[in-house]
Write a protein that binds this ligand. Structure first.
Ligand code: FAD
Length: 333
């Protein structure tokens, strides 16, 4: 029988749990209170027990641990097959993945194999009487579509990073850790991962980026200023429309009302005035740091931190400090 629990796939990347996981957990908590169900998370991988502490602040009732060598390297077949077994065993009402490259691959595969409903790029979920309402973004956030229905089977969704709150919560009950032992039939495993080639952080999709260095007209044609800082910080590159118009960055790197809407943990704007068409795309950034030579630039009204001055002087100073900090960290190891 279908339970009332919400199950979050807690994605781990680079020794951390992804931010979208926390966003889903806080949304799931509100939902499970309305539904009288439980907020559950699934940690999957090798030695993932070490990640449990990341989840402690989110008032989760249950964590399913799928901790096994076979999950060391991500494989669509292995992960999907194991999660299918978990769904059959616990029948969550909703299974949520972040709309990341991994979630975008796993969610529809599981739903198709199990003939479950699947809604992607979800922005909000709420309860209306006996029904669930799931709001989905379409056409790059230009249209919203609400699905209002009474679920009869587990609903698989992917959630867009940056749209839900991600608030921590007081613990209301003990967090139960459930060690799941999953046996997979070898003939189900048709693909395997040979090796991971890490993508260039400067080029990852802006909507998924955690750290963005954005350049504006103030950088002139010197994109290398922004690229160098992005290299040192491990960030992605974005920019304003004039840079796209001048052919300095491609359109998919444009931030703003006619470009991408971003939600990084840190956004640094360099030589950007802060026109409202640009600011419309950065409202979900957690921390915005602006560098601009003009103290009256509108970006300073929006930014959390500001540096007034010539970016040609300020960027190298930041780069130097970051390098020094990195070296000190290395020595301290
Ligand atoms: P500017 O406004 O020219 O600002 C450059 C800034 O650099 C200035 O504040 C200046 O003080 C500073 N500066 C100069 N030299 C230095 C230096 N050496 N050191 C430090 N700072 C320096 N724009 C977008 O970005 N995204 C959109 O999606 C978008 N959509 C649009 C849609 C429509 C329908 C329209 C009409 C416009 C749109 N625009 C968009 C354009 C927008 O209105 C602005 O023109 C644009 O955002 C300005 O870009 P900017 O900040 O790079 O340039």
């Amino acid at each position: 029988m279908l339970s009332k629990d919400i199950l979050i796939f807690a994605e781990c990347r680079d020794y951390e749990v992804t931010t979208v996981t926390f966003e889903m957990l806080s949304e799931a908590r509100k939902l499970s209170q309305q539904l009288n169900g439980k907020t559950c998370a699934c940690l999957m991988g090798c030695k993932v027990r070490e990640y449990i502490h990341f989840l402690r602040d989110y008032d989760i009732e249950k964590v399913y641990l799928l901790d096994n060598d076979i999950f060391l390297k991500y494989s669509l077949d292995v992960y999907a097959s194991a999660l299918q077994k978990l769904i059959v065993k616990h029948t969550p009402l909703i299974l949520m993945f972040g709309a990341t490259s991994l979630g975008n691959e796993l969610a529809p595969r599981i739903a198709a194999r199990m003939k479950l409903p699947c809604i992607t790029e979800v922005k909000r979920v709420w309860v209306a009487g006996e029904n669930l309402v799931i709001a989905k973004s379409c056409y790059d956030d230009k249209v919203y579509q609400n699905f209002n229905f009474r679920p009869e089977r587990t609903v698989v969704v992917t959630v867009l990073p940056g749209d839900m709150e991600g608030e921590k919560a007081e613990r209301s009950s003990e967090m139960e850790i459930v060690d799941e032992v999953i046996h997979l039939e070898p003939d189900r495993i048709k693909s395997r991962t040979i090796k991971f080639i890490k993508g260039d952080p400067r080029k990852i999709d802006l909507e998924e980026a955690d750290l963005i260095i954005a350049g504006g007209k103030g950088i002139g044609k010197e994109l290398h200023m922004v690229e160098d800082l992005a290299d040192i910080l491990g960030g992605s590159i974005g920019g304003t429309r004039p840079l796209v118009d001048d052919g300095i960055i491609p359109f998919e790197r444009q931030i703003g009302i006619t470009g991408r809407s971003v939600s990084p943990r840190l956004l640094m704007t360099c030589g950007i005035s802060g026109a409202r068409e640009f600011v419309a795309g950065i409202e979900k950034a957690r921390l915005t740091v602006a560098i601009n030579i003009d103290p009256t630039a509108p970006i300073f009204k929006f930014a959390n931190l500001g540096a007034i001055g010539d970016l040609h002087k300020i960027i190298p100073l930041i780069a130097e400090q970051v390098e020094r900090h990195k070296q000190n960290m290395e020595k301290g190891k």
